[in-house]
Write a protein that binds this ligand. Structure first.
Ligand code: KG4
Ligand code: ZN
Length: 337
């Protein structure tokens, strides 16, 4: 069995996965959403301190399996430095004390493998990844061969939902709140711009749309003056613009990529309105659509464990004494946690 740890942002999670058939044996996650809600986003230092409390508590529940471990896996990029380090410290300790291999896992590859929890891999695969930190379309040929075909040049999908919710004075995370309000709203109430509509660029951009939402809120007298119906209409109009943007760019990639299987992963992939739009697009292009079950869309250790099963078979191990987080250029420059 493999023990996997996820602590890249505000979810502390540990899973145990059987190597032989990738069956999920144990999975527990403690989310910190409630503690960060009043700040309208994740506070890294607070998240780190909560991981230091929650991860050992979860490990205690996984105790019955600890003498059956063949390896330990941990997310080491991308994410918040101070929270990644909590998971890494635990993984290192287990690997060294039990003398078992350590598998570093790229969080986004983990999201892709959320599709295969308890199942066989489906490859090759075209993937739309929409999370709090990323918006990407990726061609997945194997564990190691993944090619980014389009990526965001500013805000990610999840981030734009969070910021829109924050501007309207709603809580965090904004995605589920906006999706719920949108159900009661008129998506044509506000004429929000579809990003990069007339640009040939194969990329995603949501900061301009965010600004248009801000101006719409200001035109109504600010967040404090919004009626419930205003909020629902803004949510619906915003969500429609995000959908049209994603679909427009995806269509271009669909037209040039012969791969038959397509999947949506990441926290925002639990959005049923966006899923519905992709179901239609897949019908049009005769592609088969795959999604992770709703409980595995947001961050979790089960997806890290599923990736680790394949990495274990290929012996993609690192020296437990040398593992560290992989820092982005901005992190190296000390500009970002
Ligand atoms: O994948 P994830 O759990 O964490 C990252 O790796 O970033 O994604 C979290 C993001 C948050 O920004 C959250 O607002 C968004 O996913 N999200 C949604 C929905 N549920 C979660 N966005 C849109 N619609 C949803 N239903
Ligand atoms: Zn994630």
């Amino acid at each position: 069995m493999i023990l996997s740890i996820e602590s890249s942002c505000d979810d502390s999670s540990i899973a145990i996965t059987k190597i032989e058939n990738s069956e999920l044996i144990f999975h527990k996650k403690i989310s910190q959403e409630r503690q960060h809600a009043c700040y309208g986003g994740v506070v890294p230092e607070l998240a780190s301190r909560l991981h230091a409390i929650d991860l050992p508590n979860i490990l205690e529940d996984a105790k019955p399996y600890l003498n059956k471990l063949k390896a330990v896996a941990v997310t080491n990029q991308p994410g918040l430095s101070v929270t990644l380090l909590e998971g890494i410290a635990m993984a290192k300790t287990i690997a060294v004390s039990k003398d078992i291999p350590l598998i570093p896992v790229h969080h986004l590859k983990g999201h892709i493998y959320s599709l295969f929890i308890g199942k066989e891999e489906i490859l090759p695969l075209l993937v739309l990844l929409i999370s709090g930190g990323h918006t990407q379309i990726i061609r997945v040929e194997s564990l190691e061969k993944m090619t980014i075909l389009a990526t965001s040049i500013d805000d990610s999908v999840g981030e734009s939902f969070d910021k829109t919710a924050k501007m309207m004075g709603l809580g965090y995370p904004g995605g589920p709140l906006i999706e719920k309000l949108a159900l009661k709203g008129d998506e044509n109430a506000f004429d929000l711009p579809v990003p990069l509509r007339n640009s040939p660029l194969l990329a995603f951009s949501l900061s301009g749309l965010k600004n248009a939402v801000r101006l719409a809120i200001e035109s109504l007298g600010g967040a404090d003056n919004l009626t419930e119906q205003n909020r629902c209409d803004i949510a619906a109009s915003f969500q429609k613009a995000v959908k049209l943007h994603l679909i427009q760019k995806s269509k271009k990639i669909f037209a040039q990529e012969p791969i038959k299987d397509f999947a949506i992963v990441g926290g925002a992939s639990s959005n049923l309105y966006i899923r519905g739009a992709y179901e239609e697009l897949c019908q049009e292009f005769k592609k088969e659509i795959h999604t992770a079950s709703l409980e595995f869309c947001s961050d979790n250790a089960a997806m890290i464990g599923r990736y680790a099963v394949e990495a274990y078979k290929k012996e993609l191990f690192v020296d437990a004494y040398k593992i560290d987080i992989v820092r982005t250029k901005k992190q190296q420059a000390g500009m970002l946690l």
